[in-house]
Structures are given as structure tokens and as C-alpha cells.
Design a protein around this ligand. Structure first.
Ligand code: SAM
Length: 286
């Protein structure tokens, strides 16, 4: 047993702070994470739920502050997460139900929430290969759409999500909630349209862009012989010409009925299951 390990017990107890006041400055800082400005400045974000926090820790995400409601005290999994947080240099707060509700903006909050460090992957580090699928989203605006797309991307085994142009923040509470934990599973990249186009030219991948004026039925495209970058357009205006023109294929999902278009997250789901159809089986990856 090392000295460090022997010290872990007393150190952990000493590091758990009890907080019952909403006026506590640490609580105020955590609540401020509902604002993008605070998330950007601190490069952190808030996520809720014990399972989600454990999964994130297992995947190497760093917790700055773990918050648990009094009801969680003594529960083995909560204690374990608290110990891991302290061991990694994080802070642990035990808070009243009132404080937990206020932090998470819920009447029936989860027992555990955590402030994580944000993680972005630089576009230059992405070299699509083999059967990889990358999703590029042009100016996605709706947090629920982005969260649903990240969750679906994870479910089909896509490699990551590239946010092109002025997109909604993937680290907002609404998006994080909608991802149901999947945001901890995938790299996120942000870039400008110009840098995306430059990068696209430098990689050996097929850019399949979806467009209401696409001439190609999405079920007829070859998704097997090269890695795929699936590009989806903005909710209101669709893909701008400069991005559509860079596509190797401009795909359309046939529709009947009165609706002009599909919801962005639904269209992305339909596309992803087709792009990766040959790789998916009921008992996991083929
Ligand atoms: N008014 C917008 C337009 O003219 O493109 C509608 C955008 S739609 C709500 C958002 C995105 O979902 C589109 O840019 C496209 O990427 C995708 N999409 C929706 N329905 C589609 C379809 N039937 N075929 C191909 N892509 C579709």
C-alpha cells in the first residue's frame, strides 16, 4: 500500500463540503453555467445523473466539482464517485435538496450532478479512415436537435460530430440532457465553413450532403468504399451553396405528404442508419 493510498480516506472526508445556502459563491458559479458566457470562460459545463457521471469518469472526463444531494450520502456508488473525484483533485459538495433543485433547475433533481471540463478535438487531428462516419452539422441551432443527433451518432457507432459555423453550444444543459450521456462518448469538433472545406480537400472521404434539392436517392449511394462525412443543413435555411457544391453526393430522402422537409434530427437519424446499415447487426457491430 502506498502512502498516497493510505492518505486517501481522511483526505476525502476533509474535502467534502456541506452547502445549504444558495448564496454560497461556489453554488453561484455552478448556477452561472446555465449561461454560455460562463461556460466559455470557465471551459466547463454541468451534467446530471449518477450513471452518466460514472460513465464519463470511466471515459477519462475530468470532474472539477461533484455535487450530490443529502439523500445520496452513504450510497456506495455516490461515495465511490466522490472518492474518485477527490483523488483526481476535484471538489465534492454535499448539498440540500433545495440547492440541488436550484443548480439543475428541476423540481425533482437527480441525486448527483457534476461540473466537467469541456473537451474539443481539433479538426486537423481528424483523419477519417476505414468504415468511419463523421457528421458535419451546418449552423445547427436547436439544442434538442443537437443532443438527439449526438445520441443517435453514438448509437450507430459514428466517429464524431463536427460543428460548422455558428452552432448551438453542445455543452448547454439542454443539449447535454438530450444526449443522454452520449456526448461523453464522441469527439466534438468546431470549425468555420472555410476551414471545413479546406480540411475536406485534404482527407480521403466521401462527403455526402443532404439537401431538399438533392438529385440522388439516399438509398443508392455507396457508403462502403470510403469513410463518409455526412453533412446536414441548418434547420431554417438548409445548406448554403458553398457547402452543397463541395459535396461528392447531394442526397435526398424521398418524402410524400404535406411536410416540406423532415426535422433535422430525424433526417440525420434516417441517413445515419442507411450510411451504417452494413455495419450494424442486432447483436452489435457486424
Ligand atoms: N427550409 C430548409 C431547406 O430549404 O433546406 C429545411 C431544412 S431541414 C428542416 C434541415 C436539414 O435536414 C436540411 O438542410 C437537410 O440537411 C435535412 N433534410 C430534411 N429533410 C430532408 C430530405 N427530405 N432530404 C434530404 N435532407 C433533408
Amino acid at each position: 500500500m502506498t502512502d498516497d493510498y493510505r492518505n486517501e480516506g481522511p483526505r476525502r472526508v476533509g474535502q467534502v463540503k456541506e452547502v445549504t445556502s444558495l448564496a454560497n459563491p461556489i453554488i453561484k458559479d455552478i448556477k452561472a453555467l446555465s449561461q454560455k458566457k460562463s461556460r466559455d470562460e470557465s471551459r466547463t459545463f454541468l451534467a446530471e445523473g449518477l450513471k452518466l457521471v460514472i460513465d464519463a469518469l470511466d471515459r477519462g472526463w475530468i470532474i472539477r466539482t461533484l455535487v450530490y444531494a443529502k439523500a445520496g450520502k452513504g450510497k456506495p456508488l455516490v461515495e465511490k464517485v466522490a472518492a474518485r473525484t477527490v483523488a483526481a483533485g476535484g471538489l465534492v459538495l454535499e448539498v440540500s435538496e433545495k440547492v440541488m433543485s436550484s443548480i439543475t433547475r428541476r423540481d425533482n433533481p437527480q441525486m448527483v450532478a457534476a461540473v466537467f471540463e469541456q473537451r474539443w478535438t481539433p479538426l486537423k487531428d481528424i483523419q477519417p479512415k476505414g468504415s468511419e462516419t463523421w457528421i458535419a452539422l451546418d449552423r445547427v441551432r436547436d439544442p434538442g436537435n443537437l443532443g438527439t443527433i449526438i445520441r443517435t451518432a453514438d448509437a450507430v457507432g459514428a466517429s464524431g460530430v463536427i460543428l460548422v459555423g455558428d452552432c448551438t453550444d453542445p455543452f448547454s444543459m439542454e443539449t447535454v440532457r438530450a444526449t443522454m450521456g452520449s456526448m461523453f462518448a464522441l469527439p466534438l469538433v468546431k470549425t468555420t465553413p472555410a476551414d471545413f472545406l479546406k480540411w475536406k480537400k485534404s482527407v480521403d472521404a466521401r462527403l455526402v450532403a443532404t439537401h431538399l434539392a438533392g438529385a440522388v436517392d439516399y438509398r443508392t449511394i455507396d457508403y462502403k468504399s470510403k469513410p463518409v462525412i455526412l453533412m446536414m443543413g441548418n434547420e431554417q435555411s438548409g445548406l448554403p451553396d458553398e457547402l452543397a457544391e463541395a459535396a461528392d453526393k447531394l442526397a435526398r430522402i424521398p418524402q410524400v405528404g404535406m411536410a416540406d422537409s423532415l426535422n433535422l434530427a430525424v433526417a440525420t437519424g434516417v441517413m445515419l442508419f442507411e450510411v451504417r446499415r452494413h455495419l450494424l447487426a442486432l447483436d452489435g457491430a457486424k
